[in-house]
Design a binder for this molecule. Structure first.
Ligand SMILES: [Zn+2]
Length: 253
């Protein structure tokens, strides 16, 4: 493995809901992993600037599109923390929780979801047991150790070693588009910087994953800020854009 991980591009998935999917995970592991896009202005930001009626209609369409493969879906109001919710059983239907930036389960038919528009969706899976974990990782969560928390959670719950975990860093803002101040550089790397610098969050997450023993790491080439027609970007829009949903789960049927 190269230090930054192998490049793996999400490709358009089937059906009317605009999305990209990690086809390799479907083919190799039977896992559903992907992210919605901004085609049709398909905003799924429950706590963003979008009109509630249209956001809720999009969520209904998103949920229904999975049919019997995923009767249940969970999402949370995210707080850029490191709390990860584990679901031993499906909550039944669509559940919105409070304060979790990660979700984990081994239950088939339960789709984990997070909302993003520049932050990194981190997909973790233990393919032989079907255990999955989906993390929302911006700079704060990354610096606070949400990746390490997710790996620990999978070790506790599924009893797996990190080198049996596969990881994908999905669609997010790229290194050249993400300029941050010295306080962010310091929080992420421990390094002092003189002024603003660009930061590659996915590269940072891949390095951290390598340090905790994950060997199979892939990184999306897509940038949410570069490709304005395809993705929502908080940074590029000055905070006015909608949200995409990244999703991960083992189908129930
Ligand atoms: Zn970019």
């Amino acid at each position: 493995m190269s230090r930054g991980g192998r490049e793996l591009a999400e490709t358009p998935g089937p059906g009317p809901v605009p999305h990209l999917q990690v086809g390799e995970w479907q083919d190799a592991y039977g896992l559903t992993a992907g992210i919605t896009t901004r085609d049709r202005e398909f905003d799924l930001g429950l706590f963003g600037p979008g009109r509630a009626a249209s956001v809720l209609a999009h969520w209904s369409e998103f949920h229904q599109s999975f049919g019997s493969r995923f009767p249940d879906v969970v999402v949370s109001r995210q707080v850029h923390g490191t709390a990860i919710q584990f679901y031993e059983t499906s909550p039944g239907g669509w559940q919105v929780t409070e304060g979790f930036d990660g979700h984990s389960t081994s239950t088939p038919g339960l789709l984990l979801a997070i909302t993003v528009a520049d932050c990194v969706p981190v997909y973790l899976a233990h393919p032989s047991s079907g255990a999955v974990c989906l993390l929302h990782a911006g700079w704060r969560g990354t610096a606070a150790g949400i990746l390490e928390a997710g790996v620990s959670r999978m070790e506790e719950l599924a009893g797996v070693a990190p080198d049996d975990i596969v990881m994908h860093c999905g669609v997010s803002i790229c290194g050249s588009c993400y300029e941050v101040g010295p306080e962010v550089v310091r929080a992420l790397t421990g390094r002092q910087s003189e002024g603003p610098e660009t930061v590659d969050l996915r590269g940072e997450l891949a390095s951290r994953a390598d340090r905790v023993g994950i060997r199979d790491i892939t990184v999306s080439p897509w940038c949410s800020a570069h490709d304005a027609d395809r993705f929502f970007s908080h940074r590029r829009s000055g905070g006015t854009d909608g949200r995409m949903v990244a999703f991960l789960g083992l189908p129930g049927s």
